[in-house]
Structures are given as C-alpha cells and as structure tokens.
Design a protein around this ligand. Structure first.
Ligand code: PLP
Length: 389
C-alpha cells in the first residue's frame, strides 16, 4: 500500500528505540542484582493527587460520561481562566480557552488551522521533536534555527527577523523547553511577539511546563504579550496527569470557531472523565500538593546539575523549569547515541540521546530527566561515577 508523502517528513522517534532497549535490558538477568535507573522518561514520577482521583471516580459512578462540547466543559474553561488570574495575574476570558486531548491535540489543531502547504514555521534547534512534526503533518515546512547556550537554546527576535522569508508564516516556541529546561526571557519573548506581529505571522508558544518554574525571572506566560499569542498547555506535567490525555490552548477569540470545528470533526471532545477530574486540580489542597512537588523538582535539579558537571557531563545552561538537564557528553564520547547505550549496559542508567531533538549539534548532548526520586538520582550518579572513572 502506498503511504501518503507527508510521512516522508515525519522521522521515527529514535529515542523510543533506546527506551525499548533499556526496558529489555532491565528485564534481563544482567540487571537482576542492579535494577536499571530510568532517567530517560519525560513524565512526572507523581500521579494525580487524591482529590483528582476521587473526582474521576465520582464522575464515573454518577454517569457523567457523555461527550462534552468540543471546546470542553465550560466549568473547566472558567476554572483554567481563574488560574491564569490568580497564578499569573492575567485576565484570560474562558471563551478563549479550548480544552483538548493533551497538548499534542492542541498543537495539532493549531497547526492545522494556521499552516498551509509549503508554509515555513520557525523553531529552535534543539526542540521537542513532535513540534516540528505537527508542522509537517499539516504539510508545512519546519525550519530549525540553531540556538546556542548563550541564547539559552531559544530563538531570539534578532534570529526571527534574520530568518524570516516570504514563505514564513510564524514561530513555534516552547518555554520552558524540552529537552533543555530553559525558558525565553520575558523581555525577549515580548520582542519576538512584536517582530512576528509586524510581519503578520503567528506566535505559538508551547507552555506545557508552565508552573514548573524555579526562577522568578522566568515563570511567566507569553500570554502577557498580547491576545494574539497562542499558548499551548496541558494537565500532563505540572498537574501530573500524563495518561489522562488532557490539555488546552488559549487562542485569539476570533480563532475559536475554527478550532472548535476542527476538534468536533477530528476527535469530538477530550475525555469527559478527565475533564471532571481536572476541576479538582485547582482546589487548594491539590495546588498545595503541586507546589510541594515543584519544590521537590527544584531540589532534584539543584542536586543533579552540579553532579553532572562534576562528572564531565557539562550542563551549559542551568535549567530554570521543567525537569530536564541537557548535558554535553563530548568530553567522554563523540556520539551521545553510542554513549547512552554504553551507559545503559555498563552503569544500568538509562538516559536519552540528543539525536531526535535537532540537527545542529544535538548528537553531542544527552537529556536527563530528573522526574525520578532523589534516591534514584543518587544511585545513578554513583553508578555513572564508577562507569566514567
Ligand atoms: C514540549 C512538549 N510539548 C508537548 C508535549 C505533549 O504533551 P501532552 O501529554 O500534553 O500531549 C510534551 C510531552 O512531553 C512536551 O515535552
């Protein structure tokens, strides 16, 4: 059977091969006395807190399981809007919020609504691989712009202006970023939004790690720069609900009917049970728990980054958010791909090689996820130290 040509532009997710190999090795006799430490996984080791679990159970037992509006439960859209107000001091109308099946669906809807065949969209290199593939799936052309440690591995207004061509339609940013955990300075974000606006383009900012911030300078939403900014968000990370498949996007009000039409046709609505459960994320007890977890992530970051530097796995920019460290392994190996397999076999520590995240130097980098307990992080560092000495 002949497959559609857009698939030619959607590369395999190579890190899954690495993750599969780590899982296989973990089950083998080689790991019997020394279980694998998985620091390759991009999801919190925490689950939804008790109030959220109870709310899901209540919704299920009460039979509140029919389809919702394609834009999501109004009560949830209102609750999310209030969160922007209390947490970020932003006035976001609930009508501008569309609840989706994770940030992934939100990114897909935004790209399908805005990108025409051959349109170019600018992204930083390194960046989350699926983001460029959402552009390709909409028949657009992602343009990866190398971003240096001095630029916090992010795009700048100057680079956007320099790279903008007649075919460019917009930018797709992520702040904080996966794989680097670094954010765009709010002043620079304002400049980028202005540069894109002046060219009649769109700014999509993937803010899936919003809330997971460890530096006051950065923990802001790009929505502060205008109602034309499209912000992608999710219950997966700060709210620890990866498998519940729930997210949202904030849009200019005029775009909502188009996104609603796409959502109605593509998947009808996000999970109803997850939406009822997510209302409980904003109860004071749940927020207190999420904030406790944020403190825990920060403590892990403060331990793991100096430890990696001491091992010669240099982290060139201190991550200010999310739960990733992007470490240069060139002092030990030329290819992070081979090096990760080597560490997995010799040290029983699974890390993610940089290959998928970009085309300009990512091969030198490893991504470590500190979404694992402090105990596991200590164990990993001890094992890496022995393997590398
Ligand atoms: C930057 C970024 N965007 C989007 C996603 C997709 O998240 P979701 O689970 O909300 O679909 C991820 C998942 O890891 C991510 O890191």
């Amino acid at each position: 059977m002949k497959l559609a040509s857009r698939l030619d532009h959607i590369e395999p997710f190579y890190v899954m091969e690495c993750a599969k190999a780590a899982a296989e090795l973990a089950r083998s006799p080689a790991c019997a006395g020394s279980p694998m430490v998985f620091l390759n996984i991009g999801e919190p080791d925490f689950t939804a807190p008790p109030r959220v679990q109870d709310a899901a159970e209540r919704a299920m037992r009460a039979g509140r399981t029919q389809y919702t509006d394609a834009t999501g439960l109004l009560s949830l859209r209102e609750r999310i809007a209030r969160w922007y107000g209390t947490r970020f001091g932003l006035d976001v109308a609930p009508q501008r919020i569309v609840v989706t099946a994770g940030a992934s669906a939100a990114l897909q809807l935004a790209c399908l609504a805005l990108v025409n065949r051959g349109d170019e969209v600018l992204l930083p290199d390194p960046s989350y691989p699926c983001n460029r593939h959402f552009v390709s799936a909409a028949d657009g052309t992602p343009v990866l712009i190398p971003a240096s440690p001095e630029e916090r591995f992010q795009l700048s207004a100057a680079k956007v202006e320099e790279t903008w061509s007649a075919r460019t339609r917009g930018v797709l940013l992520a702040s904080p970023s996966n794989p680097t955990g670094t954010s765009i300075d709010p002043v620079e974000m304002g400049r980028i939004v202005a540069a894109v606006r002046a060219r009649g383009g769109f700014t999509i900012v993937d803010e899936i790690y919003l809330g997971l911030s460890y530096d006051e300078r950065f923990g802001h939403s790009a929505l502060m720069h205008g109602d034309d900014v499209i912000s992608i968000n999710s219950f997966s990370k700060y709210f620890s609900m990866t498998g519940w498949r729930l997210g949202w996007l904030v849009l200019p009000e005029t775009m909502v009917p188009a996104i609603e039409r796409l959502a109605q046709n593509l998947y009808i609505c996000a999970s109803t049970i997850a939406q009822h459960a997510a209302l409980a994320c904003f109860e004071p007890e749940s927020i207190a728990e999420y904030e406790r977890r944020r403190g825990e992530f920060q403590a892990r970051r403060d331990y793991i980054v100096p430890a990696l530097n001491a091992l010669g796995l240099r982290v060139p920019v201190m991550p200010d958010g999310a739960f990733y460290a992007w470490a240069d392994c060139s002092a030990h190996a030329e290819s992070s791909w081979d090096f990760s397999f080597d560490l997995m076999r010799r040290a029983h520590v699974a890390l993610t090689p940089g290959r998928d995240f970009g085309l300009h130097g990512s091969e030198r980098f490893l991504r470590l996820s500190y979404a694992s307990s402090m105990e596991q992080l200590h164990l990993a560092v001890d094992r890496l130290r022995s393997a590398l000495s």
